[in-house]
Structures are given as structure tokens and as C-alpha cells.
Design a protein around this ligand. Structure first.
Ligand SMILES: Nc1ncnc2c1ncn2[C@@H]1O[C@H](COP(=O)(O)OP(=O)(O)OP(=O)(O)O)[C@@H](O)[C@H]1O
Ligand SMILES: Cc1cn([C@H]2C[C@H](O)[C@@H](COP(=O)(O)O)O2)c(=O)[nH]c1=O
Length: 693
């Protein structure tokens, strides 16, 4: 609501600190971790390619097994040794640990091309992976030690990103280095150069960490046992099918990685082709992780998860059958997108279903992603151990198809089997996860594409249907982040409408009714601490239910124009995107609370959070005091909602002058206005007000 006065700094920002990137030591550590991450991801294709180079004289089965052996060596420490690392690492100096980890990996990787022996390549892969377990555990918590307490959650998320984003870059670098190596050595693939480059990256990371100042260990280094977590099951009981969904995704993505080096060799691609396929997979994964639940906002996340697994499995089936390297790289990228979307959707499903128990001493119990991570890791290990030998056992088959030959390699057959198993896992997971039994999938998808939750006609409440038929008014909502100018523009619109003869009800959320005012006080009071996200969502929905029942619907029935400062989309953006709860759950609760009442027009006033918050003068309330990241998510949420339903939205850049904005809003409102004088009255008076600017 409007408050006038001077601007003020955002309350979540400590003095002089606007964001993580403005904290120099954090920024430097983040860069050093990104460089280490690049080395970490480069070591995977470099070491597997070395195994393939060293078995070049052998048959395809031996080569596949050598590559699989390196992958197993890279995965075993993460599965078996991680639980031992946590307690020991907490006692060590963080900076020194990161420094030693990078230096050790530099030396080990450098030794591989120098010794040029397969057994040492396996041993080196195992040693690198052991060091990487320690490095990633420390890297996950170290940046949080460099920032104020309120920025620590954001620092942890940022650290996780620093370790992940280099994966597609590493794949591209590997592909380029392979091309250069092929040109330079001119005698088939040589992985030496990729290993030297990887060692060089680790050396650069070592120098980067050495140049850092102290890294305080303010947070314990927590690791968990994937095997134990697997048997404990998900932190949230009752997410049936989630484990199977993760198995399906890990099976599909893991099978491609397990045989890609040898398969691309069959397709004439060598190391560069291997790099191209890995680039497709990793960049697809990144894109899918970003897209995840953002796509199809109102669609059930559980359904989305099942569908994403099925899509990844079908992509693997196509990859297994196609004999063209370019097509294989593109379909693998699609597989990556589906797998990434499945992963982030699974995380959202788990994050949205809050655990019923108290925080536990077991780190795995406090991490929503511990279970899917464990399932993925163990599945990847089994795939790396089983798929390459399976490819070797099957061997190659030659088919004469009359007008052309078809060579079906063991690697393709092994991927086909993995793809069919992943498809089965996806189908069963979809059935188990489905929380919309009886709702036709196609209609549900179509409605989600239009930005709404599908409700079968027979399920709409009889009273709501009756009211819907009688409604004659127009409903306009103003939405946007803090200080965007909603109250200002809603008031200007109401005045303009009244000036033109309309009966206007100007209202707002939360707090338009007596009960609503009490709810507003509870919701916005900074003294309200520890309110769970679900309770917050329900309180906003309760305010809205009262608002619709006592203010909006009666006004609509009278034929008034209702102008509301905030409505359901605020809950989708703040409680859904902002609080990272499943948006479709919030949509469903609000659909019920409002009897499905949707505005005829939603004006979205778009302004960067800092600008909007800077416009406010009163002390920040509970929601305004949330950190920048929260408000950025809210902003992105409003964007996504408007994009999903463009015909209902008018999106405006709210940093423009107020007068310009209100004129544009008037133009748009005009398109949906009814006759301002009720039909009967017009028969009697024969008058018709003229609308002017
Ligand atoms: N287009 C604009 N340009 C600059 N300042 C504006 C603009 N629109 C509104 N303001 C000013 O910004 C402040 C906040 O405006 P307003 O209360 O309308 O925002 P709001 O979106 O309703 O805020 P809240 O989210 O707190 O309800 C007021 O001081 C208002 O005068
Ligand atoms: C309706 C609604 C509101 N909020 C938040 C958004 C704001 O921070 C406050 C309302 O304050 P305003 O000054 O009146 O805009 O509540 C929310 O989080 N969810 C909602 O549904």
C-alpha cells in the first residue's frame, strides 16, 4: 500500500552489503571454486578418453569395459567414502583443504599421461574421486563462512552453482582440445592433451585458492551416506514413486555417459564426438534444471516429474537406434533437458512436502535432496558397472536391409535395454506419483499451457457455477512486487472509472474485511516469527476466501467493477515462487478458496525489487524484509505467470512515469468494459456516457 517519504535501504542487506557479489572474498572464492569445478568436470571425459586410448588396439568390448572401469573408479568414493569425510574435514582449515585438494588433483592428473598405463589410469581416477569427495564437501560450506549470517543460505546455493555450472563448459573444452589433439598428433585420438589441460586447470585453481585470505569454518562440513539414505527412504514419507523416477532418470543419463566414448567411436566421432555428446547432455541438463517446475506453472509437479522421466527414457531409446552422430548429440541434449527438468521437479516436490519431524542430527534427514542424490549416485554406479560389460557381451550385429546396411553395435543395444528399463520406471513412477487421478492428462496439460488448473466440469461446486452465470461485473487485479505502484495505479483506475459512470468497488489484499484485517496484521507483523510456508499460504488464502465471499462476489453480482490491489497471483508469486513451494498446490488451494474466480484483466507492474523497495518509506514488514533472492524469485514468478497467460495480463514497466502508466492501463481497461449503465436503465433513459481520456 502507498506510503510516502524518502527512500531507504533494503532491510535484509547488512550495512554496505547489497549482494553476495559485492563481498570481495566471497567473489574470489567463488571464482576459485568455479575453476576447480572446471577441472573436476574435465577430469571425467579426460580420464575415460585416456582409458579408451590405452585400449585402442583391443576390441570394442575391452574398450567399453576400460571406460566403464574408470567411471566406476570415479563414482565409488562418492558412494562409499563420503560419510567418513564429514567429521574429519570439519576439524581442518577450509582454505588449506581446498588448496591441498586442488594441488593433489593436479599431480595425480598430470601423472596419468606421463605413466601412460591403464592400471594407473584406474588408480588415478579413484584417487582423484577420493580427493573430489573431500573438496566438494568443503566447497559446499566454505563460501558461507565469508558472508553475514543472513546471506548464508544464498551463499550455499551459490557455492553449489559454482561447482555445477562448469560441467557444460568442461564438455565444450574437452571437445575442442580433442579436435586440437587430433590435428596435432594426426594419428587418431590422444587423450594426453586433455589430461594436461585438466592438470593445468587444477594448477590454476590451486593458485586461486592460495591467493585467498582466511576462509573461516563457520559451518560444519556435512556429508551423508548414500547407501544408508537409500535404505532410509525419502525424508518425506509418502512420495510414492519418487525413488523410481530418480532411478529412471539416472539410468537414462548414466547409460549415455557409460557408453558414449565407445559409441561415438563407432559413429566415427572419436574424442571430439564424445565431447559433443557430453556437451549436449550437460548443457541440456543445465537448461532442464533451470526450466524444471517453471515450465507449466499450474501443472501438477508429480505428473510433470513422471512425464519428464518418460521423455528422458524415450530420448535414450532414440539415441540407441540412430546412427548419425549429429542427431545423437541433439537427442542427447533433449535427454539432458528432460533429466534436468525431472531432477529440479523432484527437488521441488520434496521441498514442497515439508517433513513432519523435527530437525535431525543426521545431515541426510535435514537435506531435502539427500534421498534423490543417493538414488542417483547408486544407480549411476550400477549403470557404469553393468552397461559397458553388457555392450561387450551383446557385441555388434550387422543387418542387411536390402537398400542399405544397418550395424547395430553392442553399445546401442545396451542403451536400448537401459532406455526400455528407464521407460518402465518412468511409467510406473508416473502412475504412483499421480496426484490427479481421473483427470485426463491432455486436458490437464492444455489447461496448464493456458496458465490455469484444469477442473472437470462435474467437479465445479454447484454454487460457484450458479454465481458464475449471474456475474455481470468486471474484475481487474493489480499485481507486482513491493512498491511497484499497484496502490497508486489501482486508485487512479478506480477514479477514472467512476468519472465515467461506473459503479466501482476498490479493494485490496490482504485485509479488505474485518477478519482479513486481523489476518493482515498477523501476516505482516515482523513479530510473527517461525510461521511455516504452508500456514502462510493458507492464511493468505483464508483472507482471500473471505474477501471474495463478502466483497468481490457480491459486487460482481451487482454489476460493479471490482479493482483489487493484489489477488491470487500474489500468492502464486510470493508463496509459490518466493517461498519455493509447488505453484500448482498454491493454485489449487486458491482455486478452492475463490470458487475459481479469475480476474478479467490483471495489470502487472514490473519493477526491479530494489527500485520498488527503495520507494517505500515505512519500516519494512515481515514479507518486505525477505532477502533480495526472495524478491527476485517473486519477480520471476510474476513474469512466468504473465507469460503463461498473456491474454489476461497487461505487463508494464513500472519505472515509467505514473501518468504514462495510467493512460496505458485505461486503454486496456476500455477493451473489457461493459455498458456503464445497466441495460434496463438504458432502455428508460436512452443515455450512454461517452468515455474520453
Ligand atoms: N511510476 C512510479 N514512479 C515512481 N514512483 C512511483 C511510481 N508509482 C508509484 N510510485 C511511488 O512509489 C511508492 C509506492 O507506491 P505504491 O504504494 O502505489 O506501491 P505498491 O505497489 O502498492 O506498494 P506495496 O507493495 O507496498 O503495496 C509511493 O510513494 C508512490 O508515490
Ligand atoms: C495478497 C498477498 C500478499 N502478499 C504479501 C505481499 C506484500 O508484501 C504484503 C501485502 O502488502 P501490501 O503493502 O498491501 O502490498 O503481503 C503475499 O505474500 N501473498 C499474497 O497472497
Amino acid at each position: 500500500m502507498t506510503r510516502t517519504g524518502a527512500t531507504r535501504p533494503h532491510p535484509a542487506a547488512p550495512p554496505g552489503v547489497s549482494s553476495l557479489s559485492s563481498i570481495r572474498p566471497f567473489r574470489r572464492l567463488w571464482i576459485a571454486l568455479s575453476v576447480s569445478g572446471l577441472g573436476h568436470w574435465l577430469s571425467v571425459p579426460a580420464l575415460t578418453a585416456m582409458a579408451a586410448t590405452l585400449t585402442r588396439g583391443d576390441d570394442a568390448a575391452a574398450r567399453a569395459q576400460a571406460v566403464g572401469g574408470v567411471l566406476v573408479a570415479l563414482l565409488v568414493p562418492a558412494v562409499l567414502l563420503a560419510p567418513l569425510a564429514g567429521a574429519a574435514l570439519s576439524r581442518l582449515d577450509r582454505r588449506l583443504t581446498l588448496l591441498v585438494a586442488d594441488a593433489l588433483r593436479f599431480l595425480i592428473v598430470l601423472s596419468v599421461p606421463l605413466l601412460d598405463a591403464l592400471p594407473w589410469t584406474f588408480a588415478a581416477a579413484f584417487l582423484v574421486a577420493c580427493v573430489s569427495v573431500a573438496w566438494s564437501a568443503v566447497a559446499a560450506t566454505a563460501p558461507a563462512g565469508l558472508v553475514p549470517a543472513e546471506l548464508r543460505p544464498a551463499a550455499r546455493r551459490s557455492a553449489a552453482r559454482a561447482m555445477c555450472w562448469p560441467a557444460p563448459v568442461a564438455a565444450v573444452v574437452f571437445a575442442f582440445v580433442a579436435l586440437i589433439a587430433k590435428g596435432a598428433f594426426g594419428e587418431g585420438d590422444r587423450a594426453d592433451l586433455a589430461l594436461y589441460v585438466t592438470a593445468g586447470v587444477f594448477l590454476a585453481a590451486t593458485a586461486g585458492v592460495a591467493a585467498l585470505g582466511e576462509v573461516p569454518g563457520s559451518e560444519p562440513v556435512e556429508t551423508f551416506s548414500p547407501v544408508k539414505t537409500l535404505f532410509q527412504g525419502p525424508r518425506v514419507p509418502g512420495v510414492r514413486g519418487l525413488g523410481l523416477a530418480v532411478v529412471g532418470v539416472a539410468l537414462a543419463a548414466g547409460a549415455v555417459v557409460a557408453v558414449a566414448r565407445v559409441h561415438t567411436g563407432h559413429l566415427g566421432g572419436g574424442d571430439a564426438g564424445y565431447g559433443a555428446v557430453l556437451t549436449g547432455l550437460t548443457s541440456g541438463l543445465g537448461f532442464g534444471l533451470f526450466l524444471g517446475p517453471r515450465v507449466l506453472g499450474p501443472f501438477s509437479r508429480r505428473r510433470l516429474l513422471g512425464l519428464a522421466v518418460i521423455a528422458a527414457a524415450l530420448a535414450l531409446v532414440v539415441v540407441s537406434l540412430v546412427q548419425n552422430l549429429v542427431v545423437v548429440a541433439f537427442v542427447t541434449a533433449f535427454l539432458g533437458v528432460a533429466a534436468g527438468a525431472a531432477w529440479s521437479t523432484a527437488s521441488a516436490v520434496l521441498a514442497g512436502d515439508e517433513p513432519s519431524d523435527e530437525p535431525s542430527d543426521d545431515p541426510a534427514q535435514n537435506r531435502p535432496d539427500a534421498f534423490p542424490r543417493s538414488v542417483a549416485l547408486v544407480t549411476a554406479l550400477v549403470v557404469a558397472a553393468a552397461v559397458p560389460p553388457l555392450a561387450g557381451v551383446i557385441g555388434s550385429r550387422h543387418y542387411d536391409l536390402g537398400d542399405g546396411d544397418y550395424d547395430f553395435q553392442g553399445t546401442g543395444a545396451a542403451m536400448l535395454i537401459a532406455g526400455l528399463l528407464a521407460l518402465l520406471a518412468g511409467l510406473v513412477a508416473f502412475r504412483r506419483l499421480d496426484d490427479r487421478h481421473g483427470i485426463p492428462l491432455v486436458a490437464d496439460l492444455r489447461a496448464a499451457l493456458q496458465g490455469r488448473v484444469y477442473t472437470p466440469p462435474e467437479q465445479a461446486a454447484p454454487e460457484d457455477r450458479r454465481v458464475a452465470r449471474r456475474e455481470r461485473g468486471v474484475f481487474i487485479a493489480f499485481e507486482g512486487g513491493e512498491g511497484a505502484g499497484k496502490t497508486t495505479q489501482a486508485r487512479l483506475a478506480a477514479i477514472w472509472l467512476r468519472d465515467h459512470g461506473y459503479d466501482v468497488v476498490a479493494t485490496q489484499e490482504p485485509g479488505a474485511t474485518k477478519i482479513g484485517m486481523r489476518l493482515r496484521a498477523m501476516l505482516l507483523d515482523r513479530e510473527t516469527t517461525g510461521l511455516s510456508s504452508r500456514a502462510e499460504s493458507l492464511l493468505y488464502a483464508a483472507d482471500r476466501a473471505d474477501h471474495v465471499a463478502n466483497v468481490i462476489r457480491p459486487a460482481m453480482e451487482r454489476g460493479s467493477i471490482v479493482v483489487s490491489d493484489r489477488y491470487v497471483d500474489s500468492s502464486l508469486a510470493y508463496q509459490g515462487y518466493g517461498r519455493e513451494q509447488p505453484v500448482e498446490d498454491i493454485a489449487r488451494v486458491n482455486d478452492w478458496a475463490t470458487g475459481g474466480l479469475i480476474p478479467d484483466l490483471t495489470v502487472l507492474l514490473e519493477v526491479p525489487p530494489r527500485t520498488g523497495l527503495g520507494r517505500l518509506s515505512a519500516p519494512a514488514d515481515r514479507i518486505e524484509s525477505e532477502p533480495d533472492e526472495f524478491h527476485e524469485r517473486v519477480r520471476a514468478g510474476f513474469h512466468a505467470l504473465a507469460e503463461a497467460e498473456p491474454e489476461r495480463y497487461l505487463v508494464l514497466d513500472a519505472s515509467r512515469p505514473q501518468g504514462e502508466l495510467s493512460r496505458e492501463i485505461q486503454y486496456r481497461i476500455r477493451e473489457i468494459l461493459p455498458d456503464p449503465i445497466p441495460a434496463g436503465t438504458e432502455d428508460v433513459t436512452s443515455t450512454f456516457p461517452i468515455i474520453t481520456d
